[in-house]
Design a binder for this molecule. Structure first.
Ligand code: DAH
Length: 344
């Protein structure tokens, strides 16, 4: 076959060409312009033709190469256009999809509410580290060396050995100690934060939870002041008609100590399944700061006295919204979280 015939044959095959996919175009490129392609071969053969034919065929071959390249480009364009046409056209006048806004977590809502109530009473907010030492969690708070809370079974230790072991704080009472160490008296603070205990997870217990600690130290602070502060808090948190009762209790860091119940806000004290028929719900522990605790932080217990209290945020939130299982707070199931969308 003469070179002329071969050129014409290629041109004719280009006209008849049908492609559907990008791969077909790539195959064409390789077949024509690839190392062993038909056009490439013609260029190789060109070296052997007679000198007087060179000009004519040189032009023809260059034109052929351009035509093939143009054909490939045109095929690319047509396939891409086809793709564009396949995209469904949108109705730009349609209203957009509703964006779901996140809501605040019930624990955050409750924490903020507790803080804002105590701020009204003149308390400021203090924070401390979650990784603590034995002194701030236990020692300075009058826990005896053999106290069970100092056991691996109850507390997560990071460095259990040495004179002052490092651990995850088991309560926010540690921030009391840090506050007494560094703040000028009188002090009136609340300390919200996360605490950790070596507990099996169940509907009523978790190894991570949140507390708010309160501390007030001044001259002549009395148990009556404590009772008043807690009563005012309970009324703000659970409603004006709320009553409190104090039961004698024991904590190493307070003397005397009490546990506080509020009248059940569901049955208004008549007795229901939330309050287990008693009419009362326990909300916190409190007491007068033990003189040993004041002295451990360098405060003269003959001049100053104070009260402290501590409550679990999860517990307060459970009572406020009748959440029956503590695990809901950590699972972050949106169906649960959505229930709090309208709060605040
Ligand atoms: N720290 C106690 C706990 O985690 C709660 C507590 C009780 C804090 C009595 C206090 C208090 O400040 O006076 O169970």
């Amino acid at each position: 076959m003469t070179m002329n015939d071969r050129i014409n044959q290629i041109l004719a095959s280009l006209d008849e060409l049908q492609v559907q996919h990008e791969q077909d175009i790539e195959d064409l490129r390789v077949r024509m312009l690839g190392k062993k392609g038909e056009v490439t071969k013609l260029f190789e053969d060109f070296r052997t033709i007679l000198p007087e034919q060179k000009k004519e065929f040189g032009q023809k071959l260059n034109a052929l190469k351009n035509t093939v390249q143009e054909k490939i480009d045109a095929l690319h364009d047509s396939i891409n256009e086809g793709e564009d046409a396949a995209v469904p056209s949108f109705d730009l006048t349609k209203p957009g999809d509703k964006m779901d806004l996140g809501g605040r977590h019930p624990i955050s809502i409750t924490r903020e509410e507790i803080i804002s109530i105590f701020k009204k009473f003149g308390y400021s907010v203090a924070e401390g580290p979650e990784i603590e030492d034995d002194w701030h969690v236990f020692g300075a708070l009058n826990f005896p060396p053999e106290h069970p809370a100092r056991d691996m079974q109850d507390t997560f230790f990071i460095e259990p050995d040495g004179p002052d072991p490092v651990l995850l704080r088991t309560h926010t009472s540690s921030v009391q100690v840090r506050t007494m160490e560094k703040m000028d008296l009188p002090v009136r603070v609340i300390c919200p934060g996360r605490v950790f205990r070596n507990e099996a997870i169940s509907a009523r217990a978790h190894c991570i939870f949140h507390q708010v600690e309160g501390l007030y130290i001044d001259k002549n602070v009395s148990f009556a002041d404590l009772k008043q502060a807690i009563l005012l808090f309970a009324k703000e948190m659970f409603g004006e008609g709320t009553q409190i009762r104090m039961r004698p209790s024991y904590f190493p860091f307070t003397e005397p100590s009490a546990e506080v119940d509020v009248s059940c806000n569901i049955c208004k004290g008549k007795g229901c399944n939330i309050c287990k028929g008693t009419g009362w719900l326990e909300i916190l522990g409190c007491g007068m700061v033990d003189p040993n605790v004041l002295e451990a932080s360098g405060i003269d217990s003959k001049v100053y006295s104070g009260f402290a209290f501590g409550m679990g945020i999860e517990r307060i939130a459970m009572l406020k919204w009748q959440v029956k299982d503590l695990r809901h707070y950590f699972e972050n199931d949106v169906r649960f979280l959505k229930e709090f969308d309208t709060v605040i």
